[in-house]
Design a protein around this ligand. Structure first.
Ligand SMILES: [Zn+2]
Ligand SMILES: [Zn+2]
Length: 312
């Protein structure tokens, strides 16, 4: 593991806060305690894994690649479904998540980057999320989606939907299903997702000499449905596809010809089109400077969805 050399000081108000961290801590305690009440079985393990990857898809394909980066287009109805699915993961509202993520890409590992590991590993992993300073959704970063009333509704009511998800599991399989599918799975999902802000900036290899500390990591990609190709992603952030080669497993990516999600305008970077070494560094210059920028890779048609925001 390579650690970041440079360290940034955090402001005095950038600290773990007891009150805002309590639900998060209690959920961890409940998950450990609940193991005695509902011991693991193969059935419960598969419920947990299914609920994990279902909602991880909402986070990666929805919150991240669609809302934060506008990496592809979809219908307004499916846009809502993606937001709802992501919201059940209990990682706050879609506009909060995607707005902060756009900020991360604008200032990656610079002073302004709220969750750079240079401000502390555990801070980057979950400290900043639990800090009262960053509890508000940065709507100015995500005006293109804040204009949809149904997304604002989800943003305001985000804390309800994880309970609705848990209730549905309870109706299907009782408390054991709700515990493993909603509680255990949510804790694992927290740490799976958060590794991209922490581990994926310190552990792995770097194909592209980007100005940040992003890494590519196979193991994190399995855990996060492809988000572990984080150096690829920082290099070419608006693509719907993070794995640039067939062996870079990227389970969130659905090929446009066969996908329900991706209807048109995919900014993908398949290896066959960009050569054996992947997209080349000179286009990285264009990639920097915000989400949703139109990029032109050698051999790829320009993105058709660069100008308009929102669903197709
Ligand atoms: Zn990053
Ligand atoms: Zn991103």
């Amino acid at each position: 593991m390579t650690s970041a050399v440079e360290r940034f000081e955090r402001a005095p108000d950038e600290r773990f806060a007891i009150v805002s961290s309590t639900p998060y801590v209690l959920l961890h305690v409940a998950v450990i305690a609940g193991m005695w009440l509902w011991p693991p079985t193969w059935e419960l393990f598969f419920v947990m894994v299914g609920a994990y990857y279902l909602r991880m898809f909402g986070i990666t394909a929805g919150y991240h690649r669609y809302f934060a980066h506008r990496g592809y287009k979809t219908s307004r109805v499916f846009q809502f479904i993606l937001a709802l699915l992501g919201t059940t993961a209990s990682q706050k509202g879609v506009l909060w998540w995607a707005g902060h993520h756009r900020h991360h890409h604008k200032f990656s590992d610079m002073d302004e980057d709220i969750h750079s590991p240079k401000r502390g590993f555990w801070w980057s992993h979950h400290g900043w999320i639990l800090c009262p300073k960053y509890v508000e959704a940065p709507l100015h970063q995500i005006k293109d989606f804040a204009k949809y009333p149904e997304l604002m509704f989800l943003q305001r009511t985000w804390a309800v939907w994880p309970f609705v998800f848990g209730g549905a599991l309870y109706l299907m399989g009782g408390m054991a299903w709700a515990f493993w599918g909603a509680m255990v799975s949510t804790v694992v999902l927290y740490h799976g997702t958060f590794t991209i802000n922490s581990l994926a900036h310190v552990w792995g290899s770097r194909r592209y000499d980007t100005t940040d500390t992003s890494r590519n990591n196979f193991w994190l990609s399995l855990l996060t449905m492809g988000e572990g190709w984080h150096n690829n992603h920082h290099f070419y952030q608006s693509t719907a596809r993070n794995g640039f080669f067939w062996w870079e497993v990227d389970a969130s990516y659905l090929h446009p010809e066969g996908a329900l999600v991706v209807r048109r305008g995919v900014g993908s970077a398949p290896a066959a089109d960009v050569g054996a070494r992947g997209p080349q560094p000179q286009v990285r210059r264009a990639a920097r400077g915000g989400a949703g920028r139109a990029l032109r890779l050698p051999g790829l048609a320009p993105r058709r969805d660069a100008a308009p925001a929102g669903p197709a």
